[in-house]
Design a protein around this ligand. Structure first.
Ligand code: ADP
Ligand code: MG
Length: 318
């Protein structure tokens, strides 16, 4: 199978059509018509085999996850997904693999209303690079630099599941059979909080998606906003599956330092606390207050009023 046949078969005319796409896959460039009153939000993420994903990841999950992690960046800015390009590097043309990859990719693409408009296909060690484009009403994008002293810190969903799922797959942790599938799925199929991000646009003062772990990612907000934070580790949301299989300390360690949750962390002024309750319930996502922005530049973890030091898991992003 030649490159153009591969594109034709697995990527062209798949997924949904958007009226703002004037010309899609097939020419030297795609042509899109962004809305007048909106800014473009553009981000790129590359996943490399044996660096960002295990070689035996199911192709369907890889297709899904490659787009999910990019959608998560749009979510963190409050942007609406619009178009993406796909640079695919593959060691060989494995048709069943491509079919499953394409299925996973378009499953999530259709769900979030985003269209594949182009890409590049090359031979080499397996990697997937997606450039995603979203739109956000001018002047309303969520950024990392707006957190103010006194703002409340919130997160969506539950934390640590994905990192535990990865450790199960790597064979360094074992869990009950009834929790195993849930945890592995949280690693393979992260849920980008796209609607939540849009709902937070006018309410949150800053936001970030959690890709490297809570402690590391909140640091980006603190640095950009020139503030500190106090986080109460007992407020950190943990799934029943993580609680059922790990000690409290171990679970907190996954939640604080484990990567790839793709949940949102955001800051909200006291005046908007009631409004975010309504907004996020409509977005269909659980969220919880875990702390408060403080003066200074330090992240302080507390448990029952005392300073908390997380145990190190020696997390290696394999
Ligand atoms: P060029 O040589 O001009 O870069 P290509 O032959 O690489 O063009 O690609 C032909 C068309 O197919 C282009 O419109 C390109 O955007 C699209 N394309 C190539 N690879 C992919 C892919 N993996 N997914 C989606 N579109 C692709
Ligand atoms: Mg090319």
């Amino acid at each position: 199978m030649k490159e153009f046949q591969l594109i034709e078969h697995y990527f062209r005319n798949k997924g949904l059509k958007r009226r703002d796409v004037e010309l899609s896959i097939g020419d030297d460039c795609a042509l899109v018509n962004p809305a007048d009153n909106k800014s473009l939000a553009i981000s790129c993420d590359t996943l490399v085999e044996n660096v960002h994903f295990l070689a035996d990841i199911p192709a369907h999950a890889l297709g899904y996850k490659s787009l999910a992690v990019n959608l998560s960046d749009l979510a963190a800015m409050g942007a609406e997904p619009a178009w993406f390009t796909l640079a695919l590097t593959l060691p060989d043309v494995d048709q069943p693999w491509l079919a499953h990859f394409s299925e996973g990719l378009f499953e999530i693409a259709e769900y979030y209303g985003i269209a594949l408009i182009g890409g590049d296909t090359t031979r080499g060690p397996r990697s997937i690079s997606i450039t995603i484009n979203g739109q956000v009403p001018k002047g309303t994008a969520l950024t990392r630099d707006g957190a103010k002293i006194g703002d409340w810190v919130y997160v969506t969903g539950t934390l640590g599941d994905s990192a535990l799922g990865l450790d199960i797959l790597r064979g360094v942790k074992t869990v009950n059979t009834e929790d195993k599938e849930y945890l592995i799925n949280r690693h393979y199929y992260p849920t980008p909080r796209v609607l939540a991000g849009q709902a937070l646009r006018t309410l949150a003062t800053s936001a970030i998606d959690l890709s490297d772990g809570l402690m590391s990612d909140i640091g980006h907000i603190l640095t950009a906003s020139k503030v500190g934070a106090v986080i109460d580790v007992n407020q950190i949301p943990l799934s029943n599956s993580i609680k059922a299989n790990l000690s409290h300390e171990d679970a907190l360690s996954y939640a604080l330092t484990g990567g790839e949750d793709y949940e949102l962390l955001f800051t909200v002024p006291e005046s908007q606390r009631g409004a975010i309750d309504t907004a996020l319930i409509h977005a269909g996502v659980k969220f919880v207050k875990i702390g408060q922005i403080s003066a200074g530049d330090k992240l302080k973890l507390v448990e029952n009023g005392l300073e908390f030091n997380p145990i190190s898991r020696g997390f290696v992003h394999f």
